[in-house]
Design a protein around this ligand. Structure first.
Ligand SMILES: Cc1cc2nc3c(=O)[nH]c(=O)nc-3n(C[C@H](O)[C@H](O)[C@H](O)COP(=O)(O)O)c2cc1C
Length: 213
């Protein structure tokens, strides 16, 4: 029987006529430029990124979260601090981020350490969210077992009554920020001669290098 995955081979278009696509010296400017192009070229879920964490037992796990902001050269997302990823990051702050924009044949890999952002910043972002999302942050005991959906919809209804006015931010929900020490930009090119450009933080300087595809 033929393997259907064999049909999926992508011959990567001659996107930039195989010229070097990458000319940046600042990784954050490179990220911003690629991100803006992904938005304007109609990529879906441009700010969805895979974050990989490693737990105490050295077991990795990965999931998608939304990038909400780049602030002070840190990549910020919001989550439940008591979730699987929240606990991993509490014990081991090392993590990686991954963006994949297939329409552009581009991937960005980012590695660094993650810390909670300030309570004030988390409060401000939480306050900007729709009421339903705010109640959802209370109702979801993220990553804990759930017998049935009815359990959480009931909790949601009760919380709606408990907080008739403004919904306060749960202390276990807020922002986390990854400060990169490594960023790698991958551009698909013809003949599998893909470009890979890396930025590695050495003391306070970003060292740029290229890698074989
Ligand atoms: C497109 C997409 C965006 C998501 N964004 C977030 C997010 O911003 N924050 C979050 O906590 N979970 C988000 N999730 C859910 C996570 O992938 C994951 O299921 C959840 O955070 C629990 O992960 P954990 O048990 O590893 O902590 C998103 C999922 C998808 C598919």
């Amino acid at each position: 029987m033929s393997n259907p995955l064999d049909q999926l081979r992508d011959n990567h278009s001659d996107f930039s006529k195989n010229q070097e696509a990458f000319q940046f010296t600042d990784p954050f400017l490179a990220f911003e430029t690629w991100f803006n192009l992904a938005v304007s070229s109609g990529e879906k879920e441009v700010n969805a990124m895979v974050i990989s964490t490693v737990n105490e037992a050295m077991k990795p796990s990965a999931r998608v979260v939304y990038l909400k902001e780049i602030s002070d050269q840190q990549f910020v997302f919001y989550t439940n601090y008591l979730s699987h990823k929240g606990k991993d990051l509490q014990q081991n702050p090392n993590a990686s981020l991954l963006f994949f924009w297939p329409g552009l044949e581009r991937q960005i890999r980012i590695e660094g350490t993650v810390n909670k952002i300030s309570e004030t910043e988390s409060d401000a972002y939480f306050a900007s969210r729709p009421r339903e999302s705010q109640l959802g942050a209370w109702a979801s005991h993220q990553s804990e077992p759930l017998k049935e959906m009815g359990e959480i919809t009931q909790r949601f209804k009760e919380l709606d009554q408990e907080f008739p006015g403004q919904v306060p931010r749960p202390k276990h929900w807020g922002g986390m920020a990854l400060r990169p020490t490594y960023l790698e930009f991958w551009q698909g090119q013809a003949s599998r001669l893909h470009e890979r450009v890396c930025f590695k933080l050495n003391e306070d300087e970003w060292q740029i290098s290229r890698l074989n595809p």
